[in-house]
Design a protein around this ligand. Structure first.
Ligand code: UD1
Length: 420
């Protein structure tokens, strides 16, 4: 078990390269279950969640090797169609294997994910969609068992525009007989990237990038090579960190278009931003204006940046409101930020952040991936030393975060610890 020791007060400055998107890789990897063969997925981030997905696919007989950021997958010898509880409870994205397994093999046994650090996260839409595609679904001892001779095209409206359900159903429908129309589909860039990979594999999908996807099922798909898109959440986290420390940063290997809503908010807060097709430069030389945000589906402000925005607003010249609409209870970071001296009031799904108060270093505990990011950001501006425990959460989704922050001039080190 590691912890981070961070000395606050350094101004971030310099240039970093953004890694491939965690949520992008986690959608592309299960797609390799749809067609036997060898795949090479470049720009894959070297992260715990990617290792977890590799282990899960490995337990089914899929060979996965991550060499630097090159992921090699051989799905020629699949021998099991089961995703065990031990894997799914570690990472909900494991549920992505359901659609491809039923579509290709007519059978899947996937553990229900259970609860999550920030409240209920049901999978009912995945299951309703699979049933509409003709799968017979039953629940046995905490597992979903899905069976089908061959899935059949259908019309399915997602009551909530779910990223995971859209990805799962998209993969399943690609091998179904006939045409499937998914309305209110997620348009998150990671789903669009999955759809593009499926098209390369031979799938027939119209409406990519829109919330209405039409999929003409095909008999079989073929393996491909693919590149993972840049991680928009990682990129924005470094932009916010730089703005908090009144620094200057240039980030490479990014897609500014994926961050339009976030860049607008950063600009409104006073940051100077310049973008080219794959680079963003940001400079901040003042205390930010307090700027309210409301999380929403893409292209709105991402819930995965809500915790970091709260940390940012602690440096603002006044009061701001951060409203969470995707996961109403996703505020586990708030009591930990309060331990650093943050003034935040919670009222239902709204955090009222009083900026401008001095933060001082303390020991704080990560509860989930993005919460950990917000604690590290707050530590960068706190006076004195902050210890962030349980950094395995951050290792799920930020590749080499301490190395990137060190290269930007911050004082952060990873230290083994017995404290859990
Ligand atoms: C994905 C992302 C996660 C991000 C989230 C929202 C991955 C691996 N994870 O998670 O980082 O925070 O999108 O952008 O890509 N819902 C239901 N029933 C379902 C499915 C979802 O009610 O069957 C609800 C959820 O509780 C939530 C909302 O839909 O309120 C959105 O969830 P969803 O888009 O499915 O999130 P994930 O795919 O789990």
């Amino acid at each position: 078990m590691d912890k981070f020791i961070i000395e606050g007060g350094q101004r971030l400055h310099g240039r970093i390269k953004i890694s491939g998107a965690k949520n992008g890789s986690l959608a592309l990897m299960p797609a390799t279950l749809l067609a036997p063969g060898c795949y090479h997925i470049t720009n894959t981030p070297n992260l715990r969640d990617v290792w977890t997905m590799s282990r899960l696919l490995g337990s089914m007989g899929v060979f996965c090797e991550l060499n630097g950021n090159d992921l090699f997958i051989d799905s020629n010898n699949i021998k099991s169609f089961e995703a065990p509880y031990e894997q799914v409870k570690k990472m909900r994205a494991s549920f992505y294997v359901l659609g491809p397994l039923v579509a290709r093999f007519g059978y899947a046994k996937v553990s229900l994910p259970g609860g999550c650090a920030w409240g209920p996260r049901p999978v009912d839409l995945h299951l309703k969609g699979m049933e509409k595609l003709g799968a017979e679904i039953s629940l046995e001892a905490g597992y979903v068992i899905a069976k089908a001779d061959r899935l059949k095209g259908t019309k399915f409206h997602l009551d909530i525009s779910s990223v995971g359900a859209t990805g799962n159903l998209l993969m399943a429908a690609s091998l179904a007989k006939g045409t499937t129309v998914i309305t209110n589909a997620a348009t998150e860039p990671e789903i669009t990237a999955l759809a593009r990979m499926l098209v390369k594999m031979g799938a027939k999908i119209d409406g990519i990038g829109t919330n209405c996807l039409t999929i003409d099922g095909v008999e079989e798909l073929k393996p491909v090579n693919e590149e993972t898109i840049p991680d928009r959440i990682e990129a924005a986290t470094y932009l916010i960190a730089t703005a908090m420390t009144k620094g200057k940063i240039e980030i490479e290997n990014t897609n500014p278009y994926h961050l339009t809503s976030v860049l607008e908010k950063l600009e409104s807060s006073g940051c100077k931003i310049e973008v080219t097709s794959d680079r963003i430069e940001l400079e901040m030389d003042q205390d930010p204006e307090p700027i309210d945000i409301v999380t929403s589906i893409y292209p709105g402000f991402p819930t995965d940046l809500q915790a970091q925005w709260i940390a940012y607003m602690l440096t603002a010249k006044g009061v701001s409101r951060v409203t969470e609409t995707i996961y109403q209870d996703r505020f586990k970071h708030v009591p930990e930020l309060q331990r650093l001296g943050a003034q935040i009031d919670l009222a239902d799904n709204v955090a009222i952040v009083k900026g401008g108060n001095r933060l001082s270093g303390a020991t704080v505990m990560s509860s989930d991936l993005r919460a950990s990011a917000s604690l590290i950001l707050a530590a960068l501006i706190a006076e004195g030393t902050t210890e962030v425990l349980r950094v395995y959460h951050i290792d799920r989704g930020y590749e080499a975060i301490e190395k990137k922050l060190q290269s930007l001039g911050s004082s952060i080190k990873r230290v083994p610890t017995d404290i859990f």
